[in-house]
Design a protein around this ligand. Structure first.
Ligand code: PXL
Length: 291
């Protein structure tokens, strides 16, 4: 069997030059965690899409020739990890990539990037939502935020779901195909000033929850950092609740490192200040098993 000396990930995300999202977050996080990142860029943008007047180069027509070259090189990937798509049409190409590069024991993480705070990201349409519903079927692990979970389930966006309803959402998302569903920015209706991550693994039928403090700020790219830590942690052999704990702690630390400055949130979390913490052993773990 083929073995990479360092775990290798095919990272199918856009490259946004400014604003700390997508590949400019995925690469440093996974490299710091000792994982080789091979980017397959879905688009090149001057900035992420929250800035006005950005320049956008769609790479849909370049993906297949790039993938064909990788096939000629007979590359093997321990994980395939996708995020922001440059077009809805790309999703069929990415699905074929997942089929063609499939190998046993491979991790397939799909972060179904569609929107945040109840809204679709600029430049996305209902067609992107429909295609994303197909892409999540091919994953082992998906990491939607509440907005994306609602869009995938055709539910209205709400911040008022209780724990039982959140358990229903993760289970319904697992019915699309992925064994593991992790919903971020999930509400904690019985505690003020808190937010949570809720997860479900269909192979052992267990639900997990990690609660953390909510700070009133929203930084683009935190979802990318979260899903990247999950990918790195699972590749390092961590259990699902430990992977979630590590990702929550990393994001909390990054948000706290950023929040105290008088700073434009659109520039993203100050990732560079906290990257090295990814090398520290898990210090304190706060996950709960839900009944
Ligand atoms: O963080 C998700 C993301 C990725 N890529 C681009 C984005 C966003 C969110 O705004 O605009 C281009």
């Amino acid at each position: 069997m083929y073995k990479n000396f360092v775990p290798r990930v095919a990272a199918i995300h856009d490259l946004s030059g400014f604003g700390r999202s997508s590949l400019t977050v995925v690469i440093p996080v996974l490299s710091t965690m000792g994982i080789q990142v091979c980017p397959l860029p879905t688009a090149v943008l001057s900035t992420h899409s929250a800035f006005p007047d950005l320049h956008f180069c769609d790479l849909t027509d370049d993906l297949t020739p790039m993938i064909e070259h990788w096939k000629r090189l007979d590359l093997h990937f321990d994980a395939i990890y996708s995020g922001y798509m440059g077009s809805a049409r790309q999703i069929d190409i990415v699905r074929k990539f997942i089929r063609d590069f499939n190998q046993s024991g491979q991790l397939v993480v799909v972060d179904p990037v569609l929107g945040d705070n109840g809204k679709l990201y600029r430049s996305f349409s209902a067609e992107m939502v429909d295609k994303m519903k197909e892409l999540v079927c091919d994953a082992n692990v998906i990491t939607p935020n509440m907005t994306e979970a609602a869009l995938l389930l055709d539910e209205p966006y709400t911040e008022n779901l209780d724990e039982q309803e959140l358990k229903d959402w993760v289970k319904r998302l697992a019915a699309f195909g992925p064994q593991t569903v992790i919903i971020t920015s999930a509400p904690v209706t019985d505690k003020r000033g808190k937010t949570s991550v809720i997860a479900y693994n269909s192979t052992d039928n267990r639900y997990w929850k990690v609660v953390c403090d909510y700070l009133p700020a929203s930084y683009p790219g935190t979802g990318d950092a979260f899903a990247s830590v999950i990918t790195g942690s699972l590749l390092q052999g961590d259990s699902l609740p430990i992977a979630i704990d590590r990702a929550v702690q990393f994001i909390s630390m990054a948000v706290r490192a950023t929040f105290g400055y008088n700073y434009q949130p659109s520039e993203g979390i100050l990732l560079e200040k906290v990257l090295s913490s990814l090398n520290a052993p898990v210090q304190l773990s706060s996950y709960q098993l839900l009944d």
